[in-house]
Design a protein around this ligand. Structure first.
Ligand code: NDP
Ligand code: 2IT
Length: 460
């Protein structure tokens, strides 16, 4: 049965908010895309709560945007100059919280879309975290450790004055993992002359939470498991395609294997591999070493293991056929807009049961419409990938308490947060007349908490 979607659902009030957003920042297509989807979902809420219209108008404007120069010296002694950003989007329910992305494509539009989505995602976790995002157009690929360290130190030399453990707590995202967090933490500690939980995703020896590296991927699969259960299905025996081979993709694959599924694809920005015999634990460990230690390309997997086909992607993003593989569950875990309408049709024609977003906004609006119109279970990133930031919230709690929880304790909390997010999105969608539409459910549930807090605080 098709999920009830709204065709041109934005009413006139929401349309005027959207037009203002586009007029103010006409060159920010990713931000427009993220805002449009939320405004589509909110029309029925504003009908019920007209007092929340000013909240919507305020929420589409960042509380503060910081942009700065990041000068650093490469190994040859040449000065390189990058651009750094931090978008402090909304602090109504807690300190700004969200990752840092280092990728050549980074600009205000991409970071504003990510910061905007983060506000709703963080609200859904039930933890006291506002929304933010930051990063740089720095490309870590091909840089030496020493160059990455000098870049991170220079980046933090400016960012440190704008953040704080009760003000804004960054973490990782694309291109920012344990290595970069470590270098930035060290610089912050030196400049501020204090040891606090200023960043999450830290190493376990200096205040990091166990399970934080695994959390986004594990949480994604916990969420997808809940979606499948609504149709009396499970991961046992399912075929899964995963895109990306970074942090989120690696641990999504691990959890799919734990639950008895078979992963047949992974990718990076140069292409994708199809392994019909399945990426088992041993092969996944090999990928983790390839990507995390040797920093190699996924094409090497096809050279190493028999029966694997590597397909080059030209140009980005990574797809170019990956979504044509016949699977039951698809987990896009690379980057934004990696599944378009046509690719969604390909998944549907292969009878995909569920698609859950590990990446932020990997499915275009056309793709989401295809899934909804064909009754495919669809988990939007702000719900399905919230496990990462939720566990960052748990890292902040442990830092404040000055103690560490066990793996089992953190994993249990992560699991129950994902079950709650699923239930909240599912029930909210039904309550507002769109049963099965997790996009509407997540947007509305995330919004209501922030709207109440902003209203109580006087919309300043
Ligand atoms: P990583 O940098 O660890 O991995 C990113 C993966 O995606 C790599 O395989 C990379 O390929 C590929 N990729 C990146 N950009 C592109 C592109 N433009 N085209 C094709 N492939 C691309 O990042 P994460 O795994 O942390 O992040 C992946 C996604 O998940 C992002 O959308 C991020 O915002 C989202 N996310 C991350 C969370 C986290 O906790 N880390 C939490 C919630 C969401 P290559 O190796 O060639 O660069
Ligand atoms: O998109 C995301 O939720 C993240 N990159 C994680 C943010 C965080 O603060 O852990």
């Amino acid at each position: 049965m098709a999920v009830q979607t709204l065709v041109n659902p934005m009413d006139d009030t929401m349309k005027s908010v959207y037009e203002d957003v586009m007029t103010r920042d006409p060159n920010q297509p990713e931000f427009h895309q993220a805002v449009e989807e939320v405004l589509d979902s909110l029309s029925p809420v504003i009908k019920e709560h007209p007092e929340y219209l000013p909240v919507v108008k305020a929420m589409v404007e960042a509380e503060r945007i910081i942009q700065f120069r990041v000068p650093w010296y490469d190994d040859a002694g040449n000065l390189q100059v990058n651009r750094g950003f931090r978008i402090q989007m909304n602090s109504a329910i807690g300190p700004y919280k969200g990752g840092l992305r280092f990728h050549p494509s980074v600009n205000q539009s991409i970071l504003k879309f990510l910061a905007f989505e983060q506000v709703f995602k963080n609200s859904l976790t039930g933890l006291p975290m506002g929304g933010g995002k930051g990063g740089s157009d720095f490309n870590p690929k091909g840089k030496t450790d020493a160059e990455v360290m000098r870049f991170c130190q220079s980046f933090m030399m400016e960012l440190w004055r704008h953040i704080g453990h009760n003000l804004d707590v960054p973490a990782g995202d694309i291109g920012v993992g344990g290595r970069e967090i470590g270098y930035m933490f060290g610089m912050y500690k030196k400049l501020a002359n204090e040891f606090t939980g200023i960043l999450t995703g830290k190493g376990p020896s200096y205040g990091g939470s166990l399970i934080r590296p695994e959390a986004t991927g594990y949480g994604l699969v916990y969420f997808a498991k809940e979606m499948l259960a609504t149709k009396d299905k499970s991961f046992e025996g399912t075929l899964c395609s995963i895109s990306g081979s970074g942090n989120v993709a690696q641990f999504a694959a691990e959890k799919v294997l734990d639950l008895g599924g078979k992963v047949v694809t992974m990718s990076d920005s140069s292409g994708w591999i199809h392994d019909p015999s399945g990426i088992d634990r041993e092969k996944l460990n090999w990928i983790m070493d390839l990507k995390n230690n040797r920093r190699g390309r996924i094409s090497e997997y096809a050279e190493k293991f028999d029966g694997v086909v590597f397909t080059k992607s030209e140009p980005e993003p990574a797809s170019n056929g990956i979504w044509g593989v016949d699977v039951d569950v698809a987990l896009p875990c690379a980057t934004q807009n990696e599944i378009n309408g046509q690719e969604a049709e390909m998944l549907v024609s292969n009878n995909v049961i569920a698609v859950a977003e590990g990446a932020n906004m990997p499915c275009t609006p056309e793709a989401v419409e295809v899934f909804h119109n064909n009754g495919i279970l669809f988990g939007p990133g702000k719900a399905s990938n919230a496990g990462g930031v939720a566990t960052s919230g748990l890292e902040m709690s442990q830092n404040s308490l000055r103690l560490s929880w066990t793996r089992e304790e953190v994993d249990e909390r992560l699991h129950s947060i994902m079950v709650n997010i699923h239930q909240n999105a599912f029930e909210t969608a039904a309550k507002y007349g769109m049963p099965g539409n997790y996009v509407a459910g997540a947007n509305i549930a995330g919004f209501l908490k922030v709207a109440e807090a902003m209203t109580a605080q006087g919309l300043i």
